[in-house]
Design a binder for this molecule. Sequence first.
Ligand SMILES: Cc1ncc(COP(=O)(O)O)c(C=O)c1O
Length: 388
Amino acid sequence: MSSTTNATLSHVDSLFNNYGTRKLSMVRGEGVFLYDETGARYLDFTAGIAVCNLGHAHKGLAVVIAEQAQTLLHTSNLFLVPGQVALADKLAGIAGLAEDAKVMFVNSGTEANEAALKLARKYHAAVAKTNRTKVLSLPGAFHGRTMGALSLTPKAAYHNGFTPLLPDCLTPNSLEDVLAAIDTDVAACIVEVVQGEKGVYPLQAQYLQELSKRLREVGALLIVDEVQTGVGRTGTFFAYEQVGIQPDIVTLAKGLGNGFPVGAVIARKSVAAAFTPGAHGTTFGGNPLAMAVGNYVFDTVTKTGFLEGVNRVGKALEEVLLRHFEHVSGRGLMWGFDVADAASFTSRAADRGLLVTQCSDTRIRVVPPLILEESHVQAFEEIVQEVI
Ligand SMILES: Cc1ncc(COP(=O)(O)O)c(C=O)c1O
C-alpha cells in the first residue's frame, strides 16, 4: 500500500537531514488511520510516537481548537491563563503525590525533563539547602535531546559530538548500581516506569519501590518521566499508579496535547516552591490554545469507561502479540516485541498498510491511538501474519 510517488518526498533539499530519509508523507488522518499523498490508507500503530491518544482529526478537539483560535491563541505568562488553572487543578487532583501538587506548563517532553532537572537542583539549593547537584538516571533511559535531558539519557550514540554534557548527571551501568549510588550527595533520580524508547520494557514494581525508599531515606527526589507513559497510555492515567510509588516530580507531554505541543511538570508543593518568580519560564508554555487542548484531552481520557477500553483492547493486543512474537512486553496500549530484522519488518508492514516504530535492529514498538477497538486489533493481526 505504500507509495513511492509521493511528490513531497522528492523535494526535501531544504530540510536538515537529522531524521534521515522519510519514505512516506501523510496528509490526512481519521481515527486510527492515516492517509498518504496518493490516498493509500494505513492502520496507525505509531500515533505520532505515542501522542495522538484520541486518534487523528478528532471532531470534538477540532471544534475546541477552532473556537479557541477565534478567541485567543496566546498571551504569554505575563498574564494569568484561566485554562492553566483549570488543567493544573485536574492534574494535581489525580497525581496522588505525598502533599498537595502544583503544576507548571511547558511545550515538550524534553523541556519538561529539563525543567524537572533544574527544579531538583534548585530545590536542594534553595529549599532543602543541601546544595546537592548529582542526578541519577537508569540504564536504557530516554529523557530527551536538550543538553540537560540528553545528559540524563545514557545512549552513547546520542552523545556523539555533543560532549561535554552536564556535570553530575550520572547513569550507573546496572539497576543495582543505581541503588548503590544513592547517597546524601544525590539530588534526584529520574525514571520511566516503562522504558519506551528502549523497546517498551516495564521496570519491576519491587525495584521501583526499593529505589523510591532509598531516595527518600537520603532526602533525594524521585522524578518520574511520564512523557510517553502518561495520559492513559499504560491503562491508568499515570503508569506509576500501577507500581506503588509516589513521585516528588512528574513530567508529562506527548498524549496531553494529542498532537498540539503541550508539556507539564507536576511537583509536590514544597518542591515546586523552589521555582520562585523568575527562576524558570517559557514564552509559549501553557498558552490559551495549548490549555484548551490539554483540558479537552484530560476530560476525554478521564471519562468513565475510557481507560477501561484501553485495558480491554490492550489485553486483546497483548494476546495477538504473544501468539506471533518473542519477548513481548508492555502495558495498556504500549507494547514491544522482538523480530529478526526490525527495519525490514517496519517497511513490509507499511507496504501492507500498517505503521509501527522500530526501537532497535530487532525490536518493534506499537503505540496505537487509545481509541483503538478490537476490530483494529484483528486487522493488525491479519497484516502481521502476512508480514511474518
Ligand atoms: C520517556 C520520554 N521522555 C522524554 C521524551 C522527549 O520528549 P519530546 O520528544 O517531546 O521532547 C520522550 C520522547 O520520546 C520520551 O519517550
